[in-house]
Write a protein that binds this ligand. Sequence first.
Ligand code: UGA
Length: 431
Amino acid sequence: MKITVIGSGYVGLVSGICFAKLGHEIVCVDKDESKITKLNSGAIPIFEPGLKELLSEVVAAKKISFTTNLKEALNGSITAFIAVGTPQDEDGSADLSYVLAAAKEIAELSDSYKLIVTKSTVPAGTGAKVKKLVKETNPQFDFAVASNPEFLREGAAIEDFMTPDRIVVGVEDKKSEQIFAEIYAKFPSEKLIVTDIITAELIKYASNSFLATKIAFINEMADLCEATGGNIKELSHSMGLDLRIGDKFLNPGPGFGGSCFPKDILAILNFAKEADVNLSLIYSVVSSNDKRKDQMVEKVSAILDGEVANKKIALFGLAFKANTDDIRYSPAITIAKKLAQKGGKIIAHDYEAIENSKRELAEFKNIEFCEDVYEAAKDADIIVIATEWKEYQKLDLSKIKTRKIADLRNLFDAKKMKDLGFEYHYVGGKE
Ligand code: UGA
């Protein structure tokens, strides 16, 4: 099936390339000419493990092309996925201007039936807004709208797309349902969950809010363990064995970050408020997560006996999580800024996110960057692990002379670290 994907950002690119891998003919459209030129030369403007290789594969199979010309891209396709950005407005609500602009252009430029699908994360009710706008723009146009939210994790996006737990589609008629069945024909049919548009939109926000809640919950349990002497690893593991709870997203840490959870929970609060619904639990999650970064800074400060100024702090990790160069709402970045404000001398390391961090942290003269992890740790008063790169677990610890470690991702076995002579602090305790 020929499919048009509008917006070649993270969601659009991963979806487009993966649809092509499923055998569809994909045309990805973006207004940014330099991005399209880059993609046409085989380069990927984002960091996502395996995506460049998959792009080469689908380009060689002639299953994908990139253009700035939307009219051409729409020609002959039945489905147009809108995967443009939904940045945050000042009040926390999602800015739908790009989504609506794309829908309007589809209405203006299409000369045959289209199923217009929102893939971008959009508040409940957006499908209806898109429908109204398209109808007003081109009353003769034969179209339907639908919602197909994505559940891709950065760093594991291809795996998430290719082996989904479920594929959610919100439709308004049988024809749309059949189109989706064809698009996702390579997956077991029971994976395809068909619902109405508003429920599909809500499922996305509810899922992200629930996962964020789970993280905030386990972080508070870590605090409780730390205060009472409980073992957070064993607590988390045992809780997770209960299938009603599940073992995923129970790793305590410096709080959740990234471009999704922080933004999406503010957006759901916003549109719930408009609907006169008070999501009091989600408000608590926001404040619990906001406080988290300060708590981590206090933890580091306490390990340094309250003397952060002029202490050399090796910060391991800048990305909001491992396997990405993304630093949006990264707890590591907030912690770096706060420690720098207290006068600490930060030497920051990351496997992918240094370039992005240099821009974000440019104003801090006491934050330096180091590509070599052992060099970053040299002569440090403390090592603070802020991102869960697996590579840190494989370090040759005999090369590290610093004794104090604040592991904000609980990457190591506390007892072993103590035996190796480290003063090892982790989220939920100390050895
Ligand atoms: C998240 C969801 O997991 C995806 O399903 C969803 O599609 C995506 O948002 C989105 O809405 O586009 P992502 O933001 O890429 O994906 O990252 P996650 O792996 O969910 O991690 C989010 C944050 O939670 C990170 O800062 C991570 O370090 C933190 N986290 C995660 C924890 O602190 N503990 C955990 O146990 C898990």
